[in-house]
Design a protein around this ligand. Structure first.
Ligand SMILES: O=C(O)CCC(=O)C(=O)O
Ligand SMILES: [Fe+2]
Length: 276
């Protein structure tokens, strides 16, 4: 398998942060402290954890029903919920800024993904533990371990559902792979202090295919347990996504995708993922 990670664009987002908003967050020492504590919390909390932006009852009618209710937070470690909430809030801000840059890159206005499209962005956070190679090949089977089953679900080839994913992976394990435009699987090794950013299905629609949603998978062949924290930045829950005019023009004038309501897409994906 080719490992030409150099062919994957690495974007320095610092100028982006400086340009449109308060750059303080990027330099804030508490961000690195949070990431450190988060890592500790993930390891203690266990194998798999997922939480969603909490939707208020009735807010989106029948569409919102499957996502209503409160997240279930573990009691231990004690400060898990607070850490996650802080992390989610920082990632939301960062993603919003990156999306402003992407909007400009596509030839639109900086706020293209705000307002009715993403002004009240939905989000998902997943903490996943991937067993070390010896366990994965041995006692960890879907029949005996629900956590293992879920980890397997997200390690298979898939695209993410929303706009942008910030993948925070263990620094010393190469396991995440992405499929490049020639159809080869290439590794996306962790680079300390960076996120791997995946483009999701909704951005593919909005950009009329100018941006492809990244097909990716995880193969942990290392002898070490791997932890990944994936933050999914999504459109407004009820947003109807369709190609932006500017993207239709830039891609030859033909509208390649039908309108899709984000919440419907999410629920259908989640329901398929969680069928046990
Ligand atoms: O573990 C990773 O690096 C990626 C996880 C992932 O793709 C997902 O949760 O959707
Ligand atoms: Fe993914």
């Amino acid at each position: 398998m080719a490992t030409d990670f150099k062919s994957i664009p690495i974007i320095d987002i610092a100028p982006l942060l400086a340009k449109w908003d308060d750059p303080k967050m990027a330099q804030d020492p508490c961000v690195s402290e949070i990431v450190k504590q988060l890592d500790q919390a993930c390891r203690e909390a266990g194998f798999f954890y997922v939480c969603y932006k909490e939707l208020k009852q009735g807010m989106y009618g029948a569409l919102g029903k499957p996502m209503e209710g409160c997240n279930q937070w573990p009691d231990s470690p004690q400060n898990f919920k607070e850490l996650m909430e802080e992390y989610i809030s920082l990632c939301t801000e960062l993603s919003r800024k990156i999306m402003r840059g992407i909007a400009l890159a596509l030839g639109g206005l900086p706020g293209e993904f705000e307002g009715e499209r993403g002004g009240d962005a939905f989000w998902v956070l997943r903490l996943i533990g991937y067993p070390e190679a010896s366990t994965a090949n041995g006692k960890c089977t879907p029949e005996n371990d629900i956590g293992c089953l879920l980890a397997k679900q997200f390690s298979g080839a898939h695209t993410d559902y929303g706009l942008l994913t910030l993948v925070n992976q263990d620094e010393d394990i190469i396991a995440l792979q992405v499929r490049n435009q020639s159809g080869e699987w290439i590794s996306a090794p962790p680079i300390p202090g960076t996120f791997v950013c995946n483009i999701g299905d909704m951005l593919k629609i909005l950009s009329n295919g100018l941006y492809e949603s990244t097909l990716h998978r995880v193969i942990n062949n290392s002898p070490t347990y791997r932890v990944c924290v994936a933050f999914f930045y999504e459109p407004n829950y009820d947003a109807a996504m369709e190609p932006l005019e500017v993207c239709v023009r830039r891609s030859g004038g033909t509208r390649k995708f039908e309108k899709a309501v984000y919440g419907e897409h999410l629920v259908s994906k989640v329901q398929t993922n969680f069928v046990v």
